[in-house]
Structure formats: structure tokens, C-alpha cells
Write a protein that binds this ligand. Sequence first.
Ligand SMILES: Cc1ncc(C[n+]2csc(CCOP(=O)(O)OP(=O)(O)O)c2C)c(N)n1
Ligand SMILES: [Mg+2]
Length: 331
Amino acid sequence: MTAPKTQQNIDQLCINTIRTLSLDAVQKAESGHPGLPLGMAPTAYVLWTKFMRYNPKNPKWFNRDRFLLSAGHGSMLIYALLHLTGYDLPLDELKRFRQLHSQTPGHPENFMTKGVEITTGPLGQGFANGVGMAMAQTHLAAKFNQKGFPIIDHHIYCICSDGDLMEGVSYESASLAGHLKLANLIYFYDDNNITIEGNTDLAFNEDATKRFEAAGWHVLEVADGNDLKAIENAIKEAHKIKDKPKLIRVKTIIGFGMPKQGTNKAHSDAPGEEAVKETKRNLGWDENKHFYRTRTRPAKKQLKKPSVISAGTKTSISMFQKKFPRISAKR
Ligand SMILES: Cc1ncc(C[n+]2csc(CCOP(=O)(O)OP(=O)(O)O)c2C)c(N)n1
Ligand SMILES: [Mg+2]
């Protein structure tokens, strides 16, 4: 494995840790969905290490950014992220992926795993839930925020997939989000042209950009889902747009690194020991290491740094209460 001397190496090490943890968990369970985590790991990594505000030691901190995995089948992505960023999700739980009573069920459940905001799996549902959360946030912000005290200013980030966009519920909620100009929504579309049955040409070839623009969204595109700078720039750009919900189409390769990458064979199921080894080799990983996490300091620092952020916000809430006692007492 590459020694993490440069920032680029540190990034790749972290991203491939997310990928290989996902792969190992699916292989150990002999079931699950490796395709999405391998394709979307770079996007999730940039989001979680450069933009998201959260505190693993205080997962319910009110003004945290919400991260929703509407494409709940890719659950290992969120479990790997929670584990690596310091949430209370030990490695042993990743090894118990998809086992009865584990904290790592096949699809995310908000009452089973700390840090999972909503239950997802039925496609489209997480997408629509996010719109509801954005409405609630906008309402609370209008009611409570005061000049110089934006105590409620979090974002709702969501990863959705082809299957999510095919569902009626995402259309309906996207229309409402556009109408209400819910600018706190930033959605990532895992645009990989693949669903369970094969290429999206089989059943889904509409122009998603035009559809979302027609519904009042701002649509951005990342041409290469492995291009970290392009992902970062797209998120920065999305943050600048203050009057619309945003959809970032990220062009990815499903199951990146797997022998069957880019095909519906990478969508689900354990790939088999040999294919796992081959994937690891393709990613520049040691094929004999299982559930390996980087212990190098720069990488750990990179993955755990967001936890600092909520400390400042606590102070601002107590200052807010002192300065605006009447508004603080409002329900
Ligand atoms: C409402 C609903 N219908 C069907 C399914 C079964 N299902 C799971 S994933 C999937 C589609 C997979 O395609 P995509 O969303 O593009 O995910 P990817 O293969 O790119 O990971 C389907 C139909 C589901 N989860 N929810
Ligand atoms: Mg897809």
C-alpha cells in the first residue's frame, strides 16, 4: 500500500479504506451491495471530511448536517464512514454486517445505529424524507434565527441513485422542494447508468438534468466521480446558490475496482474471495489484509477532524439564550 506522504496519498488511502471495509463486510456476510460504496466513496469522503458538520460524540447535536443514504442498499458506505469518523460503531459490528441484532442491518435503520438519520431501503423514500427535513429546518430557521445568530443553518445532504429517481415519490417531493426553494438541500445523484437489471437504457433514459431544472433545482455535474477537486468544487458551488435546492450529478463507475465494475453484476452480492483479492490489487491494496483500517496519523486526523465543529455552536446557543430569552422560550 502506498505510504501516505502527500495529501493525495492520504486521500486515496482513506477512500480505499472505505471501499475495502465495504467489500470485506459484504464478502463476510455473503450478501449485500458493494457497487454503490465503491463508486461513491470519493464523493462521500470529500463531503464528510471537508463540508459536513457533525459530532460523533454527540450524534444528536441539533444543528448537525443530516446525511441521508436514500439508496439504502449501499448501507456499507454509511457504516464505514460512521466507523472511521469516530461514531460508536466498532469494527466488530462491521464484521457482523447483515446479522440478526447487529448494528449494521442490510439497509440502514435509524433506531439501530447511532448516526443513521433515517431508515432507507425502499427507493425514493430517503429522497422525500430529506425534503421534509429541509422544510422543517427552513421553518425553524425562520422562527428562531436572529441577525448574527444563525443557530439553525444546517444542510440536508443525500445520496440518491437511478432507482431513487425512477420512483414517483422522488418526483413529487422534488417538485415541492423546487417550489419552496429549499436551498438547504444538496443531493448527490450516483449517476452510474446501472441498475439491478442492467444498463439504464433498458428502462430509464430521461434527461434528469432537464427534469430537475424544470422543477426549480440547480443542477451541477461532476464528470468523474474519482476527481476529488471536481467534487469539492461542485459542493462549494452548490453552497453559493442560496435560492434553490441543488442536485449534483456525479458520474461514477459502479463497483469501482471490481473485476465486474461498470456492470449490473457489481450492484449486489458477495463477489467471491478471488474477486475481492483482485479488487484489492486493482486498488493498490494488500490482498491479504481484511477489514484493514489505516492507523497512520495523518489519515486518522483527516477522518476525525469534523468532531471539533459543534463545540463553537454550543457556545452560540447559550449566548443566544441569554440575548433572546423570549424567543428561546418559544415552542
Ligand atoms: C421501491 C423499491 N423498489 C425496488 C427496490 C429493489 N431495488 C434495490 S436496488 C434497486 C435498483 C438499483 O439501481 P440503482 O438505484 O441505480 O442502484 P445501483 O445499482 O446503481 O447501486 C432496486 C430496484 C427497492 N429497494 N425499492
Ligand atoms: Mg445506478
